[in-house]
Design a binder for this molecule. Structure first.
Ligand code: GBH
Length: 482
């Protein structure tokens, strides 16, 4: 027996009151069995996300300079089988047909990143209009297809000449980022209404400068990493200032960050309280610093002599008010109230905890509830976007050319159900960008891990929408978890 709900009923349910009390009861033939409507607010922005170095290819075209990911991926032993982003998805040449794919899926928005090295091949100085023109054309083509462009200014591909001068160990890089961000905002904000400064400060600092798994592959001391983290959050802050100074009035500015999302081990008051404390402290040097304009006392105390050097002006820039925050959400952490002075413990996962094809990608759908929920409680952001969510699967094509990624569908269905729950609870989530549209260059994992809802044969560049693309298309069409 099928059940349908009127728009008005759903609007009432999903409206600002944000409570589940008074939830209307629907019946599937059994009296009084409550059913979640699984619907999203009208106008919810369904999108997908990509990043320049992961999809564009065209590594030497139109005056593009080298980035640290060119250097790193061309250094032996750094990526899976020495794979590089030289050609990737060839999105630089195929963006028009890829936009046709997006349109077919019903995407309302698309999040892309600009390659700094195309715009300023040496990182600073004279811009390269020919390289920049790719983004003009991309934005125009998206708009012509009715797809709203969301622009990230930095998704890890730092110009190599800046790394040669110390990269994120050098305050000058933060200033250079501000200039670059201002330039892009000035030239795109007539058509792009939403800008994100940086993608995942925590990842490019911790992996690039801490454990060396990502470009530039450095392993700095505790103090060195803390200082690089400071210059990275400062770049975000200077970027916000530069965008506001150069962009069209009304341009919305935020960032995309992947905070550690600490779900309560059990949903009762004491563990929820611990989860909230944990969410703030575990993100002290990135999202918390950005949202509060200061480092937490505990963070500075724990670092002691290794604490970063900073000025009041730095912290003011870092804490500049934002129009939205972007949350990249993949895997959960779990916090419990342990009675300690700190008030929480982040719990180690049992070895049996299920994960997707990437060993780090633990399956915890409730992260997409607690991420927006705790961020809302802690910082009251004006708006939240889920700027990335998705997973890797061991995708294969069947003999008749299908990719039946039932595990990715299972992952997405469960995560989206929890996002719906967060919105019904009042979290101001305006949109969701699925990572990713296409299989692409997965950093140190090369092409060995596939995150797309569209399968890419990297030899022929042939695109084949997977089962998960059909799931996403149905979800968008219904504006409800399919
Ligand atoms: C995102 O990072 C990125 O923004 C995106 O570019 C990327 O393609 C996508 O996720 C999928 O990975 O190998 O054990 O050292 C997500 C956060 C942080 C997850 C680093 C992988 C490496 C774990 N990432 N982490 S490990």
């Amino acid at each position: 027996m099928s059940v349908s709900f009127s728009r008005r009923t759903l609007a009432r349910f999903l409206g600002a009151s944000a409570v589940t009390a008074g939830l209307p009861r629907f019946s599937y033939g059994q009296p009084n069995r409550p059913v979640s409507p699984r619907s999203f607010p009208s106008g919810f922005l369904w999108g997908s996300a990509t990043a320049s170095y992961q999809v564009e290819g065209a590594f030497k075209e139109d005056g593009r300079g080298p980035s640290i990911w060119d250097t790193f991926s061309h250094t032996s032993g750094k990526t899976f089988q020495g794979e590089t982003g030289d050609f990737a998805d060839d999105f630089y040449h195929r963006y028009e047909s890829d936009i046709a794919l997006m349109k077919d899926l019903g995407l309302k928005s698309f999040r892309f990143s600009v390659s700094w090295s195309r715009v300023f091949p040496s990182g600073t100085g004279t811009p390269n209009p020919k390289g920049f023109d790719f983004y003009n054309k991309l934005v125009d083509a998206l708009l012509a297809s009715g797809i709203e462009p969301y622009c990230t200014l930095f998704h890890w591909d730092l110009p190599q000449p800046l790394e040669d001068k110390g990269g994120w160990q050098n305050r000058a890089t933060s200033q250079a980022f501000g200039e670059y961000a201002g330039y892009v905002a000035k030239h795109l904000s007539d058509r792009v209404a939403h800008f994100m400064t940086t993608n995942e400060l925590s990842t490019f600092v911790e992996l690039g400068y801490g454990n060396g798994l990502h470009a530039p592959g450095l392993k700095l001391s505790t103090a060195g990493v803390a200082q690089a983290a400071h210059y990275a959050v400062l770049a975000h802050g200077l970027g916000v200032q530069a965008i506001r100074a150069n962009a069209k009035t009304g341009t919305q500015v935020g960032l995309a960050e992947n905070p550690t999302i600490t779900c309560p081990v059990v949903e009762n008051d004491k563990h929820i309280g611990a989860a909230r404390l944990a969410m703030r402290e575990e993100n002290a040097r990135y999202l918390t610093a950005v949202m509060e304009g200061r480092y937490t006392d505990q963070y500075l105390r724990n670092l002691g002599a290794a604490a970063p050097k900073f000025t009041d002006a730095d912290m003011k820039a870092i804490g500049a008010p934002l129009d939205f925050i972007g949350i990249n959400c993949y895997e959960p952490e779990y916090a419990r109230a342990d009675g300690s002075a700190q008030g929480y413990e982040v719990v180690k996962k049992p070895t049996s905890f299920p994960h997707m094809a990437s060993p780090w990608l633990f399956m915890g759908p409730e992260a997409l509830y607690w991420g927006p929920k705790l961020a809302t409680e802690l910082w009251k952001p004006k708006a939240i976007y889920i700027t990335e969510n998705g997973c890797s699967s061991d995708d294969v094509l069947t003999a008749d050319g299908h990719c039946l990624d039932t595990d990715r569908v299972m992952y997405l269905r469960n995560y989206l159900s929890q996002l719906q729950r967060a919105i019904a609870d009042g979290a101001p989530v305006r949109g969701y960008f699925l990572w990713s549209l296409l299989d692409n260059f997965e950093w140190a994992d090369g092409y060995s891990k596939r995150f797309g809802i569209v399968y890419v044969d990297f030899k022929t560049q042939k695109r084949t929408p997977k089962l998960s693309a059909e799931f996403y298309k149905a979800t968008i069409a219904k504006n409800a978890v399919a």
